[in-house]
Design a protein around this ligand. Structure first.
Ligand code: FES
Length: 300
């Protein structure tokens, strides 16, 4: 789809809200995300953003200006203008509110609040949102909440007793978490230690890939070799080589990009594979994971 930037709002020095408009947009429920193709000097970057709202004829996203941006957030913050037209993939949703939940405990940090802003628009949803943010961004996030929202903003993680909060939840509560890796790991560890089954824990990572040591991959079935640079993900590198591996979230949470590892050792950064699968080294999520060894051979 081609969507035009219809509005840009500055929410804080590091946060901007974009409204993207187009004709006959597909419906997108709470939890959906969009993949934007963002022009860079040498290549097009694909970044996924949660929809905070999808009013008629428009999608809204909030973008944080990342310090070491690979190109996506920097372009959107520094160069995007009203009327610019972007190529956008149709919305996908793997983070919709679990239907079997009677109550929802929503935990977010930073820009991870974005999918929950869409959840909060569901009439009658029984939820409790706890959002962690920097003190200087608290006003901006507070302003995004609907009147009467059952939400608490935490500006000091030390004063936020996650364990205690989870321990007092009723049995029919599901936990949904969105935020940076460190936050998600703390939340999942606390939930597991209290006996929450993984079936009641739902995760979305907004962080996407981070860079790292360069490495090479050889694709066994395609017979293609690809170098992965320090500032790109394995998925980025395969796409730049003209390949189209399956992917949805581009953030290590949905499971769509799982690829078999035939040799070499992957460095896992996802929230999808189980601990046992990660330890086996037989699979990796190519959107976020990298390599410990200089080369990987993949079943692709
Ligand atoms: S695309 Fe979702 S886990 Fe990689």
């Amino acid at each position: 789809m081609k969507l035009a930037i219809a509005a840009i709002e500055i929410l804080s020095p590091g946060l901007k809200r974009f409204t993207l408009a187009g004709a006959e947009l597909p419906w997108a429920g709470p939890g959906s995300h969009l993949v934007l193709q963002i022009p860079g000097p040498a290549r097009v970057w694909k970044n996924a953003y949660s929809l905070t709202a999808a009013p008629n004829g428009a999608y809204r996203i909030i973008v944080r200006r990342v310090g070491h941006s690979r190109g996506g957030s920097a372009w959107l913050h520094d160069h995007a203008s009203l009327g610019d037209v972007l190529e956008v993939e149709a919305p996908q949703n793997f983070f919709n509110p679990p239907r079997s939940a009677k109550r929802h405990l929503l935990l977010s940090a930073g820009i991870g609040i974005t999918p929950f802003l869409a959840y909060l628009q569901i009439p009658g949803l029984a939820y409790e949102l706890h959002h962690c943010c920097k003190p200087e961004e608290a006003d901006a996030f507070q302003a995004l909440l609907p009147p009467g929202a059952n939400a608490v903003l935490h500006t000091s993680r030390d004063a936020f007793n996650l364990h205690e909060l989870m321990a007092k939840q009723k049995l029919d509560t599901h936990l949904s978490v969105c935020g940076p890796d460190s936050f998600m790991n703390i939340a999942v560890t606390a939930a597991k230690s209290l006996g929450w089954p993984m079936a009641k824990i739902h995760l979305e990572s907004f962080g996407g890939a981070t860079g790292g040591k360069p490495f090479s991959v050889r694709l066994e079935r395609s017979g293609i070799a690809v170098d992965v640079g320090p500032e790109e993900s394995l998925l980025d590198a395969l796409e730049a080589a003209g390949l189209t591996p399956s992917c949805l979230c581009r953030g290590g949470a949905c499971g769509e990009c799982r690829m078999g590892v035939l040799s070499g050792t992957p460095e896992h950064h996802d929230h999808y594979l189980s601990d046992a699968e990660k330890a086996s080294g037989k699979f990796m999520m190519i959107c976020v994971s990298r390599a410990v060894t200089p080369e990987l051979v993949l079943d692709f």
